[in-house]
Design a binder for this molecule. Structure first.
Ligand code: C5P
Length: 404
């Protein structure tokens, strides 16, 4: 699991997973692992055709409980078709075949999965997988329109090469996409209606056409904040320096390279944001370009002059409107608390998260962080080294408390 997606706070919540008869059914075993790793309890139902591709035993072995098979199996009791709706907060069907989408759209209830879906009162997430001609068929299109109009959320499908060798739409979406859509469906939407702006990753400052000045930031902390806010229902705008991290398609992502590009993109979005959180490791200085083209090493040494870059967070602090909330980060090597206090005041922030980049488990690229959090009202906490996903969750809790 990528570090910015490794959320673990779902103990006590439950998801019901429906699996249909597609060759992609083997991927739902991996999906089950990803879901249970969060602490979620997961039950599952395999259709008769799913059992041609994967077995109930496999799902049981990977922690799904209970695992339902066909209706009228005496071992499952007379009310198996009602149970998921009584105990699970959301239902996911992955893979969802054309046949099952049709049954769900039209309210059929003649097998276990469709009966459970019909009786399910909570959110429904569908991850279709089928041949492109089935996906593009007018009947499937119409069935999806019916399901969407009723509030079902679709994860995918993706485009690409199919098991049958054809190209087109109908591939099961990437597992991250299905996983995050399912998590969002079981997450309390306490940030619904909030527009959140993030900056994340490093910036690159080119001094000829191939060489740049930068830092080792990977953007994991900012990406964990983006995903956490999106899972909790926020509208998320992420201005990303050069990072290779996946973000859910529901996150509005703007990719930039240099500090000046990040400044322009972030300040454009800032006016409409209620909360902004700057996690980017922006290069404070940029080298003056050597000139057009590439500097040739045969020319001998290269003297570089550095010019200060704009401070994005400080500019937000100057422009903020009443009610806009601002959070910044401080990566320090010494005097954590004093540095955090200084930056909180100078940049006009509500909250600052400071970490000692030299401490174990806290540097660039680590999946964990140990931070000191300090707000403008003087509340200070030192958190132990935690997964960045957990740090992200706590930061939004804090911002929510500041806005209450
Ligand atoms: O002053 P310092 O760079 O330590 O401040 C760190 C905070 O300011 C971080 O939140 C970082 O994202 C933000 N920052 C910025 N633009 C800069 C430099 C830092 O937004 N040019």
């Amino acid at each position: 699991m990528q570090a910015h997606l490794a959320f673990t706070g779902y103990l006590g919540r439950r998801l019901h997973l429906g699996v249909c008869g597609s060759v992609a059914a083997y991927k739902s075993l991996e999906l089950l692992r990803m879901l249970t790793d969060t602490g979620l309890a997961v039950s599952a139902t395999l259709t008769a055709s799913a059992e041609r591709f994967v077995s109930r035993l496999g799902f049981e072995a990977l922690g799904a409980a209970p695992v339902y098979g066909p209706m009228f199996d005496p071992a499952q009791g007379p009310f198996a078709h009602l149970e998921p709706g009584q105990v699970a907060q959301a239902m996911l069907v992955a893979p969802a075949t054309a046949n099952t989408l049709a049954r769900l759209a039209h309210g059929l209830a003649d097998d276990q999965l469709s009966s459970q879906a019909l009786a399910f009162p909570g959110p429904l997430v569908l991850a279709p997988a089928m041949n492109p001609r089935l996906w593009d068929a007018p009947a499937t299109r119409a069935n999806c329109d019916i399901l969407r109009a009723r509030g079902a959320v679709f994860a995918g499908p993706a485009c690409g090469e199919m098991a049958c060798g054809e190209q087109g739409g109908g591939r099961l979406a990437p597992l991250e996409e299905i996983f995050t859509a399912a998590l969002r469906a079981v997450t309390v939407q306490d940030l619904a209606g909030v527009d959140v702006l993030l900056t994340l990753g490093p910036t690159r400052e080119y001094f000829d056409c191939v060489r740049h000045w930068s830092n080792p930031s990977t953007g994991v902390m900012g990406a964990a904040l983006a995903v956490a806010a999106w899972l909790r229902g926020a509208r998320v705008h992420a201005v990303c320096g050069p990072v290779s991290l996946w973000l859910p398609p529901g996150v509005h992502r703007v990719d930039v390279t240099s500090a000046r590009e990040m400044h322009e993109a972030a300040l454009d979005l800032f006016a409409a944001a209620q909360w902004a959180c700057c996690t980017a490791a922006v290069a404070d200085f940029r080298p003056e370009p050597y000139g057009p083209g590439k500097f040739k090493k045969e020319a001998g040494g290269l003297a570089v002059t550095f010019t200060p870059n704009p401070d994005i967070l400080a500019d937000m602090g100057r422009r903020r409107a009443p009610g806009q909330r601002l959070c910044g980060f401080a990566a320090e090597a010494a005097d954590l608390e004093a540095q955090a206090r200084g930056k909180l005041r100078r940049k006009n922030l509500d909250l600052i998260i400071a970490n000692d980049v030299t401490a174990p488990g806290c540097g660039f690229a680590a999946p964990t962080n140990g931070v000191l959090a300090l707000d403008a009202q003087g509340r200070l906490e030192r958190w132990p080294v935690l997964p960045k996903t957990e740090v992200a969750w706590r930061i939004w809790d804090w911002m929510l408390a500041l806005s209450a």
